[in-house]
Design a protein around this ligand. Sequence first.
Ligand SMILES: *[C@@H]1O[C@H](CO)[C@@H](O)[C@H](O)[C@H]1NC(C)=O
Ligand SMILES: [Cu+2]
Length: 155
Amino acid sequence: MASRCVLAIFVLIAAIVPMTTLATEYIVGDESGWTLGFDYHAWAAGKNFLVGDELVFKYPVGAHNVFKVNGTEFQNCIIPPADRALTSGDDTIVLASPGKKWYICGVGKHCEFGQKLAITVQSLAPTPSPAPSPLYAKPDEAVKGKRPFFTLRWW
Ligand SMILES: *[C@@H]1O[C@H](CO)[C@@H](O)[C@H](O)[C@H]1NC(C)=O
Ligand SMILES: [Cu+2]
């Protein structure tokens, strides 16, 4: 009985953890912030950006800015109209949808100098499981009186 309880708790935790994962807030460039002479390509490598996570661009007001651009603008450092710039020095962007996202600085030639960030945001949607887990009783087993404890619904 004790081991069955332990198993039930493990299954419960395994089921709940993916549902309650908190959004991550990424400070772009970490302690360096949003600046010149930083390798944002390397910074983004290996990070698993998920829908709901946030990017925070930190920089002295006026020194830099942030434009969300498309792939072409990113590649060629095409600066969009100024009214699309984020300029607060502490700009938070919520990653609301999956896919590739591109950001550049529109001050001077900062983008050409490498002040640009490209990331890929992953969907949170769970991948459908092909077969039911053997941990869960099949219906014809469940009707015979004793239901396994861990098939109880807790939500
Ligand atoms: C990027 O945006 C520009 C307008 O700023 C547009 O002309 C261009 O077609 C876009 N490119 C892509 C790949 O969406
Ligand atoms: Cu800049």
